[in-house]
Unconditional design. Sequence first.
Length: 305
Amino acid sequence: MKKNMLLAALLYWLAFTLAGCGGGGTDSLAPTTPTGVQATVSGENRIDLAWAPAADNASLAGYKVYRDGGHIGSSGITAYSDVGVTQGVTYSYQVSAVDYVGNESEKSQDVTVNTGDTSAPTIPANLQATVVSSSEVRLTWTASTDDVGVSGYRIYRDGSLIGTPMGLNYSDTGLSTASTYSYRVSAFDAAGNASSQTSALTVNTGDTTPPTVPAGVAAAAVSSTRIDLSWTASTDDVAVASYRIYRNSALLATVSGTSYSDTGLAASTATRTTYRLSTGQATRQRRAPMHRPPRPRRPDGPERS
């Protein structure tokens, strides 16, 4: 008896369903419109949709999902995942309900979502530096790439941000002479995503400015074998390291002070010596005065009668 009741109920349900599918029925009522549609960005290329169930007078078959007005898929449940979307793009979604006869509800209200941009650009490559002068360094690098677009680059000197150019080069000016600097570069996009920084590139500006010419060069013949030199100190943007002394165009000595004694000269009845002083590229010439060694005293002659 129980089995017969179950069979009868099953036959009744089957007959009702077939009628709703066009098996002699006249179901022309569409399901209700889905409500509460929500969109969530669940990854770099995925948006998850969810909504409240719709109702139908007979039997609900499922839902159709639309993106920007175009049908992109169907679902038998109240959820759908749209994969393959592009970062940084805004999308509009709608959902409709359908029954087994094919009646379709009105589309839901639009729900708009922006996928955002969570991917950083690639790291700039081939960072190079050219020392333009003792106070300027010019940096160049190869362009980064990004899934949406690279907006610019950030330049770091010794760990501090010093510039944000849009191009592939940057000139760092106002540097100190003969100083060492460390540079790094990163790329960023419009969403604020930044790449990792490049490896550090160390640059020394060097010293291209020579000291001033030594002034006030004076030479004094102390004896027949010694000449004393003195001069006024030169100046330099960094520091004067030493002075080079030349005698008759030949390098004689290198000293750090502002005086020098040239000894061991050959005694002569008449000697003229030329001295030159140099601090790098700056030179000053001075001729030592002629000096004669003391003449030997003549012996006294015989007395005249």
